[in-house]
Structures are given as C-alpha cells and as structure tokens.
Design a protein. Structure first.
Length: 299
C-alpha cells in the first residue's frame, strides 16, 4: 500500500478495528477482528495486530496510533491515566514494545477522576475527536454503551465525568435474570418512553419496577417487544435522574448514532433537550488523528 501514511486502531475488550490512513487523512482500507484485549496476553498483541494490518505494510516503519483497552493494565502496555481536568487531545502517548521493525505503536492513555473515583479508556479519544468536529463546544457529551459516560466539557477540556453500568445491567438482566423469559428482539417506543418517565421521576422505584416486567408478562400478557423496551427505559430513566445536573439546560452531544444513541436522544428529547448526534466512528478517527498530530509534534 504505497500511499499508506499511518494506521489508526480502536482496540477494546472484545474487538479490534484498524484503518489504513493516507497522507491527506483519507481512509484507504479497514479491517477488524474479535481479538480483543480480554482474550490476549501482552505478548500476543503484536501478532494479533499483524494479522489485521500486514497486507498494508511494506519494508518501511509505519506509525500506529491505538486507543482503548489495549492500554489497560491487562493490555499490551499500560498507558497511565491522565487526570482531569485536561484536554483529551493533549495527553502523551505511550510506546508499545514491538519486534517487527515495520511497526511503531503508540497508545493513547485514558482519563481518571479522583473524586468521585472514575476512569475511562477509549472514550477520551472519541471526546477529543468530537471536539475537533465541533469546535468551541461547551456542554455535555454522552457516550452510551456497556458503561455509559456523561462528560462535562468546558474550554476544550474534560472537567468531570460520571460512568454508569446501564448497558451491562441491561445485558445481564435481559439474558441472565428472570426477565430473560419476557424478552424478544422487538421494540416498542411507547413502552420505552413511559418507562423512562417512571424512573426519571421516581428513581427509587427501579428495583420494584424491574420485577413488574415479569409480573406483567405473566398476568397481563406484556409482549416481548414492550418488555425489552420497558427494561431499557427503566434503566435509562434512572440514569437520566442521576445525571440531571449534567444535562438540565445544557447543550448535549451524543456519541452514538445507532439504536442505543437514538434511545438516549429520544429520552432527552422528551425532557426538552435536543441533542446533537455524532457518529462514534467519525469521532474515533478524528480523535486518533489528533493524537497522531500531537505525537508528531513531540517527536
């Protein structure tokens, strides 16, 4: 690949995704695998990366900039957290050990917050990218996912953030609890909206409301689509109740243009908040590009 300039990598717990980037920032090719951090030892990361990107390489050394759990304590090499408040694009990358001379791998560090204690890895790169796509943004960024993040942004810095296990709780409750017998793969928007309002107004009722999904299935024939949407709505409503000081009266951007991002957008819209949607892949690539520019400035 004669026009290859560098390689961008988003490496999470369960998946790895790589992009070949050209001299003008264009994506030349992309590849992905299920070789996530959770299934690799530190000495296996280089081989896993080569399995993805070797067709793009020639004999010259190529810079690789990676974000995500690849930089965790259990990853390729630990990239220590940068402490907020800080600008997410200004953190120093960490060089990963490699044997193949064609690779020079730099890993973007995550962010930490001492009080209340919180951490993120990978999301900081999306935030940096979103800030480059939306200059001068002051407000709140929401990153839905397994562990959703609510991030306060001011003067291009991450001022504070809070994480919620909403996505993981949804997965566990829908697949490994008594509620799994009530679920199917459908969706009921009205049931979702009603459930959001219930726990947004009364978050202390969450545990009871969750069991009511099973009871309504047995006694009232609650359809599987409504049960699934109701579970999601109850959990997101409780999250909105906890984050009200973040989003109330503030500009909000959601980094999640899929069904989950749409669900958060609908929940906020019902409260009069019209959030801007930013595609996570666009934000990730823009953030990795910012990290690449920072790395070039310091070498």
């Amino acid at each position: 690949m004669s026009t290859l300039d560098w390689i961008a990598v988003d490496w999470g717990t369960t998946h790895c995704r790589a992009w070949a980037i050209g001299p003008s920032g264009q994506v030349l090719s992309e590849a992905s695998s299920s070789d996530g951090m959770g299934g690799l030892r530190p000495d296996q990361f280089e081989a896993a990366l080569l399995n993805l990107v070797e067709p793009w390489l020639d004999v010259t050394t190529v810079d690789v900039v990676a974000c995500g759990m690849v930089g965790s304590r259990q990853g390729w090499v630990e990239a220590p957290y940068a402490q907020v408040p800080c600008a997410p694009a200004d953190t120093e990358t960490v060089l990963a050990p490699t044997k193949d001379v064609r690779l020079r791998v730099q890993i973007v560090p995550g962010l930490k917050q001492i009080d209340p204690a919180d951490v993120m890895r990978g999301e900081e790169t999306q935030i940096a990218g979103a800030l480059s796509l939306s200059p001068n943004f002051d407000g709140v960024m929401v990153l839905p996912g397994t562990h959703s993040k609510w991030v306060q942004i001011s003067a291009d810095e991450v001022v504070s953030f809070r994480s919620f296990m909403t996505g993981e709780m949804f997965g566990l409750l829908s697949r490994a609890s008594v509620l799994k017998h009530s679920m199917d793969d459908g969706w009921d928007g009205a049931a979702f909206s009603e459930a959001v309002e219930e726990t947004l107004s009364r978050p202390e009722s969450l545990a009871s409301k969750l069991f009511s999904i099973r009871a309504e299935t047995l006694l009232k024939g609650l359809p599987g689509a409504a049960a699934r949407a109701r579970l999601s709505g109850l959990l997101i409503g409780a999250e909105l109740a906890a984050t009200k000081p973040y989003w109330l009266g503030m500009p909000v951007s959601i980094l999640g243009a899929d069904a989950l991002g749409d669900a958060y957008g609908a929940a906020l819209a019902a409260q009069g908040i019209e959030a801007k949607m930013i595609a996570p892949v666009d934000a990730t690539l823009a953030g990795l590009s910012a990290a690449r520019m920072k790395q070039k400035e310091t070498t």
